[in-house]
Design a binder for this molecule. Structure first.
Ligand SMILES: [Zn+2]
Length: 344
């Protein structure tokens, strides 16, 4: 209880105190639900759809795919359509006019005021277990904080990214299997490298094959998550997206180019979050707008963390409200999901 009190009382923490799984053995507060966030650099929507991606397909079956995801917001900002601002928006939930990252130099970054979402989790749940796995080093250098396990394999060129993506998948899978994580962020870089080398397009075989290879890594990580002994009770949510698309062999200055600025986003898994705020609810009946900044906000909301207006988040929590496939014979009908759709 000590840590719970230090963090300050809130509705979410009251919910935690009621949850049998919401505490560690020594009573410290941990999130009542869990999140796996996966970032796949430089993956065009049409190439994703052309690639053989059985693991991502399965996630979509158990959740929802958005293909209208904007990597830029409605306010004018100074940032280029490259990885620096992209991953910063993804991880902080705010646009570049706030986080200050306009290109891959990260100069002028304002990430103490608008930190990686791990910082929000750490503040609400000091005992949460969090892991970050990346091979584009600037993410680790400038953005990652509050991680209990932090793996970075600096990479240059397609073959290094391919190798290191594999190491990241193995490390993240081990963390999921052997540890007790509440939040896991895994980044894969080889699709973007392949796009730069061969072209970002669904007709470019090496690029599409690279996306399929990343899907295998995703499968490795998902298998480890699903093999957790208490997986069925842990209410994992998986959120997957990219930082930008591409055209030709690049993606800079893509503000007006749909193949670069409009991407995709997957939210999958258990969304039985109690009393979701009505304003943040997006349903699957209409394709709701989606933005890169929604990734971390969706994660925070699922973790039961009240979104403080003082954080000035630009993202919103994305939801889907009905099971898109019939439950298996031994799976009880989800009453909370039913209740959700009745309330909306
Ligand atoms: Zn790139």
């Amino acid at each position: 209880m000590g840590l719970l009190l230090i963090a300050g009382a809130s509705a979410a923490q009251e919910a935690v105190s009621e949850s049998a799984s919401g505490k560690t053995r020594d009573g410290a507060a941990v999130p009542p639900r869990r999140v796996l966030v996966i970032g796949i650099d430089g993956t065009r929507t049409d190439a994703l759809q052309a690639a053989n991606t059985p693991h991502l397909d399965r996630l979509i079956q158990d959740g929802q795919l958005w293909t209208n995801t904007q990597i830029l917001g409605d306010r004018p900002t100074q940032n280029d359509t490259v990885s620096g601002p992209g991953w910063t928006s993804f991880l902080t939930g705010v646009w570049a006019d706030k986080h200050g990252v306009n290109d891959n130099r990260f100069e002028g970054r304002n990430v103490d005021a608008y930190p990686h979402f791990f910082a929000r989790v750490r503040h609400a749940y000091p005992a949460a277990r969090m892991g970050s796995f990346v091979d584009w080093k600037p993410i680790d250098d400038y953005l990652v904080r509050d991680a209990d396990v932090r793996v970075c394999h600096e990479s240059h060129g397609a073959s290094e990214y391919e190798q290191n993506d594999g190491k990241l998948a193995t490390a993240a899978a081990a963390f999921l299997r052997d540890d007790d994580p509440h939040v896991v962020m895994v980044y894969f870089g080889m699709a973007d490298e392949s796009g730069h080398a061969h072209g970002f397009h669904p007709s470019v075989r090496p690029y599409v094959d690279a996306i399929a290879r990343v899907d295998e890594r995703v499968g490795q990580v998902l298998n480890a998550m699903q093999e957790r002994p208490n997986y069925a009770q842990e209410q994992w949510l998986v959120v997957v997206s990219t930082d930008h698309g591409g055209q030709g062999t690049g993606h800079g200055s893509g503000h007006e180019i749909p193949a670069i600025r409009q991407t995709w986003l997957i939210v999958s898994g258990d969304r039985r979050s109690p009393n979701p705020p009505a304003s943040s609810v997006a349903t699957s009946t209409e394709p709701s707008p989606s933005y890169l900044v929604d990734v971390s906000v969706t994660a925070l909301e699922h973790l039961g963390i009240p979104l403080d207006p003082a954080w000035q988040l630009d993202g919103k929590a994305l939801r889907f409200d009905s099971p898109p496939h019939p439950p298996a014979a031994d799976e009880p009908v989800s009453h909370s999901r039913k209740a959700l759709s009745e309330n909306e």
